[in-house]
Every structure is written in C-alpha cells, then in structure tokens.
Ligand binder design. Sequence first.
Ligand code: EPS
Length: 388
Amino acid sequence: MAQITYQTAGESHGKGIIVIITGIPSGLAVDQGFIDNELARRQSGYGRGGRMKIETDRAEILTGVCDGMTIGSPVTLAVWNKDYENWKSKTVEKIHKPRPGHADLVGAYKYGLTDDIRNVLERSSARETAARVAAGALVKIFLARFGVSLFSHVVEWGGIKIDTSGMTPGEIRERAEESELRSAAGPDTEAKIKAMIDAYKKDGDTMGGVIETIVSPVPPMLGSYQTAGAKLDAKIAAAVMSVQAIKGIEFGAGFGLAGLPGNQAHDEIYLDDKTGEYYRKTNRSGGTEGGMSTGSPIVFRSVMKPIPTLMKPLDTVDISESRAAKAVTERSDVAAVAAAGVVIESVTAVVVADAILERYGCDNMDMILRNFNADPDLKRFRWKERTR
Ligand code: EPS
C-alpha cells in the first residue's frame, strides 16, 4: 500500500497549480530554498519557449508544515501562475484544430469539450509538472535523511547520442548540472546540439530526447516480489510513464538484454571477505532484481517524444467544420527534455521514498530513522558506494 501519494490540480493559465502530498512523516525540516531551487532547475534548459521568461516558479506552503517542520498532515504546495494575470481578462480564441500527439482530439470527445479544445489543453499541459517537482523536492529532502540521492542527465538529443562511458556518476552529474542541455556532453557536442535545436526552432519544429536517471546510493530491499503492484521497477515505470510526452523506459541494459546470452546478462554476486558485504561488478539489471532494489544504483533511461505543438503545424481536422486543416499553433517550447529530467527525478523520488516508508514505518522521522539505522541486513550489501 502506498504511504506517500500526491495529487495535483490546476490549469496552465489558471490561478495556479497545486499539489497535496499525503504520507510525509512528521518531524521533517522543510527547506523552502531547496524546493524553489528544484522549481528553477525545471524551468531551465535550452530550447524552452517564451512562457518560462514570464514565470519564476516558487512554492507556497499552504498546509502541513509548522515552524518549518512537517506535522504528519497532508502538505499542500501552490505554484502560482504569473501568466494568469495576463490571461484573466483576455479574450481567448476557441480552439477546434487538435494537435496530433497531444490530448486534444480524444480529450475533447471524452469530456464533451468539443466546443473549445482549450479546456483540454489547459489541464493536459506540462505546466502541471511544476507541482510534481514541488512535491518531488519535498520528498528529496526526506530521501536525503537516508543518504539517498538521485539525478538525471540527457543522453540523447534529437538523435545525437552523448557518450558518458568512462565517466563516474559524480562527474556526469556535475557536468550535466552546469549544462543548459542537462547533458554531460563536451563543448563540441553541446554546440552541435544547440545549433540543431536552433535549426529546429527556425523550421517551426520540435525535438525529443532520451533521459537517464540514476538513483545512487539507494538501499537494498526496497519494493517486493510478492505482488505485482509492489515491484519497485514497475512502480517507477508507471510513475515515469505518467510524465507528459514520455513514451518508453528501460532499466539497466534494457532492450540490449535481448541480444546478450545469459552469462553476460546478469550481475554476478561476490562476497567481500573483509567487510562481509555482497557486491556486484556490473549493473546490467539497472539496480533491481525481482522488483526489489539490489543496492546497486537504480539506472533507467526514458524517451521523451518531440512536443506536439509545432509552429509549422501538422495535418489535422477542424472538428467544428469537419474539414481538413492545419493544427493550432501556440507559443510553446522547441524542446523540454532537460526539464523533463527534473520531473522524472521527482516522480521517481516519490516511489523510492514510499518504499522506504513501507519497510521502516511511516509516522515520524525519529522512529523511521531509528528503524533504518538499526536494520542489520543493510550491512550485508555494498550499497553506499557510488558505482554504475
Ligand atoms: C505547454 C506550452 C507552453 C509551455 C508549457 C507547456 O506554455 P504556454 O502555452 O503558456 O506557452 O511553456 O510549459 C509550462 C508552462 C511549464 O511550466 O513547463 C503545453 O502546451 O504543454
């Protein structure tokens, strides 16, 4: 059963986006600056559009925190939309030309909103992810108390692959964090990718990419093989697939496993005679076996499709006139792959934190940390070391 749940609400140009997070234990010191910094990370990145120049996202804590500490009750965070002020008195043209790849067409019919597709896109917009990142930031603060850390970096931009072999996760993280592409690419590759994004923009086109996420260190024995719904990798996959525009995910060696014989596909188990710890020399599993964390870093890649709002629009049908048309064009981003990485970190953090609470209790931080620090089996696994 999930301990931590969150629910967002809000529309892209409405008053704001809010999130209610339940299951955060009491006694967690909340660092507002950290939450706002996470929101800023999501707003950054090469290829974003005009909207990000309007917004400076900040989370207002509305409930669940008293004198900077959680009190065990649901936490509500609000990210107010600055653009609301510009939109509230404006006459907004109705939309009847659904964008291929967006929720527009099916959503309009499903909810009876065919008179104006704007009522679909306002909620399906990726603006909603601001609230997910606010929730994820709170959860990252929780995870830090257990030494758990996670980051993402873009390993492919519009078909250009970034080779990070030979780099440690620490090096990748440092470089990606400084890069507008959230990539550990060298300056030449970075310049090539930026030029390609610029060219796409000029062409009225959009670009996707592949994001790698690494949770490290992460304790072993999170998740369970007992029921389908308890598997950690399945929960991560569901969470990541719920992020707007994500079309696939693979863990560890992923689809490459199909071409490997069994003797190269698994991570053999060794015992350190000195410390008594089990350890692996490889991490083809991506850090889970039987739906449980192994103590190796959880590593997965997810693909983001190109954003469906194209300035040079695709073929569609005008649903009010039942005739061929070009899709609606709107201010949008050329690429938001770097931002999607931060969103994926956030939804992953929730799953991992939830699994920690499942194993160690869920009421107050002192109790949970006491249980965690006293777990004798954690010492049987080498998990604190940052390896790939
Ligand atoms: C989005 C369209 C753009 C993006 C938006 C997602 O917004 P607007 O329609 O206001 O120009 O900038 O992303 C965000 C606002 C955000 O905070 O990430 C869309 O249609 O999905």
